[in-house]
Design a protein around this ligand. Structure first.
Ligand code: ADP
Length: 176
């Protein structure tokens, strides 16, 4: 059973930090201690509660950092969401197929969102910034992962930061 019968799928342009959803997904790095792009914006607007919880996770069972393709949740601090789900996308490689790890970011985040009881979750275009994943391919992988996930989350938003990313995701998610 895929998500299609249960899930409202929205592809939109926007800033992930402004989404009024239960959970927003962070394109984090393994350290969980902050970075640029989405990660920087989430920590800036979420405030120190987010970083403190990340530090506690690093001091506990994530001492070695969060592995690529895995997901973990923290408070969303001052953000409108209730939770931030941190996931680590793979750096794009031209010599190695890391698509399964990128797909895993989506499926693991959705599984966690469901376990938390989230009824809405917003994703950025994971790995398409500093990690250089080509947008069309990243969008295809995201769509396949979301459609095959047994997510049972009622609303999933893909939040793209600019027109180029929006167009790439619309081509895959809303072909017309
Ligand atoms: P990664 O390291 O996984 O590539 P980045 O944060 O560098 O993560 O970029 C991922 C995508 O998120 C890029 O397409 C970037 O344009 C976009 N992005 C950057 N800031 C935001 C934001 N505030 N909201 C939504 N998307 C964003």
């Amino acid at each position: 059973m895929g998500t299609s019968n249960h899930t409202r799928l929205i592809v939109t342009k926007g800033d992930i930090t402004e989404q009024e959803v239960d959970a927003i997904v962070n394109a984090a790095n393994s350290s969980l201690l902050g970075g640029g792009g989405v990660d920087g914006a989430i920590h800036r607007k979420g405030g120190k509660a987010v970083l403190e919880e990340c530090r506690r996770l690093r001091a506990g069972h994530l001492g070695g950092g969060l592995p690529v393709g895995h997901a973990v949740a923290t408070t969303a601090g001052a953000l409108p969401a209730r939770w931030v789900i941190h996931t680590v996308g793979p750096v794009y490689s031209t010599t190695e197929d890391r698509g399964a790890r990128l797909a895993s970011c989506y499926t693991e985040s959705l599984r966690l969102a469901y376990d938390l009881g989230a009824s809405s979750v917003a994703f950025p275009a994971i790995s398409t910034g500093v990690y250089r994943w080509p947008l069309d391919d990243a969008a295809r992988i995201a769509a396949e992962a979301i459609h095959t996930a047994e997510a049972r989350v009622p609303e999933i938003r893909l939040v793209l930061f600019d027109d180029t990313a929006l167009a790439a995701f619309q081509r895959v998610f809303d072909p017309s």
